[in-house]
Design a protein around this ligand. Structure first.
Ligand code: SF4
Ligand code: SF4
Length: 131
């Protein structure tokens, strides 16, 4: 290969960089730029602040990533046997698929739009329910 051909070959990546330099940026500076809201599962509460959940664990069985955890306790309410003592969701693993809400016989889980949920710390990606 001649010297000129080698120079042209070496300069080709630089010309690509130069042409992209003036293009509009397609990535965003997260978290300074607000990202689109994602649907997240959340427990539904009534007017008195009691959750509709009966701690039957059907949503846990339906979840494909095993990111829900609901601990049951006996309920003092005559109308139901159990209630959740603790509910946790690992948002780092949640796919926002909505299978948990679809499988709940009580409509006790709903998908709520939320933005800016990311975190580099795993513990910040776990949200807690009633305790
Ligand atoms: S399926 Fe509904 S009622 Fe059963 S544990 Fe899940 S949220 Fe509670
Ligand atoms: S939205 Fe999907 S992945 Fe997330 S908790 Fe519900 S079933 Fe699991």
């Amino acid at each position: 290969m001649s010297f000129i051909a080698q120079c042209v070959r070496a300069l080709r990546p630089l010309s690509r960089t130069g042409s992209n330099f003036w293009r509009r940026r397609t990535t965003r500076r997260y978290p300074r730029t607000q990202t689109k809201a994602r649907l997240q599962p959340d427990l539904v509460y009534d007017d008195q602040g009691r959750e509709h959940c009966l701690a039957c664990h059907l949503c846990i069985a339906a979840c494909p990533t095993d990111c829900l955890y609901i601990e049951a306790e006996l309920s003092l309410d005559q109308q139901r046997e159990k209630q959740p003592r603790m509910a946790e969701i690992d948002l780092g693993r949640c796919l926002n698929c909505g299978l948990c809400a679809a499988s709940c016989p009580q409509d006790a889980i709903e998908l709520v739009p939320r933005a800016g949920i990311g975190s580099p710390l795993k513990r910040n990606m776990v949200r807690n329910g009633p305790q």
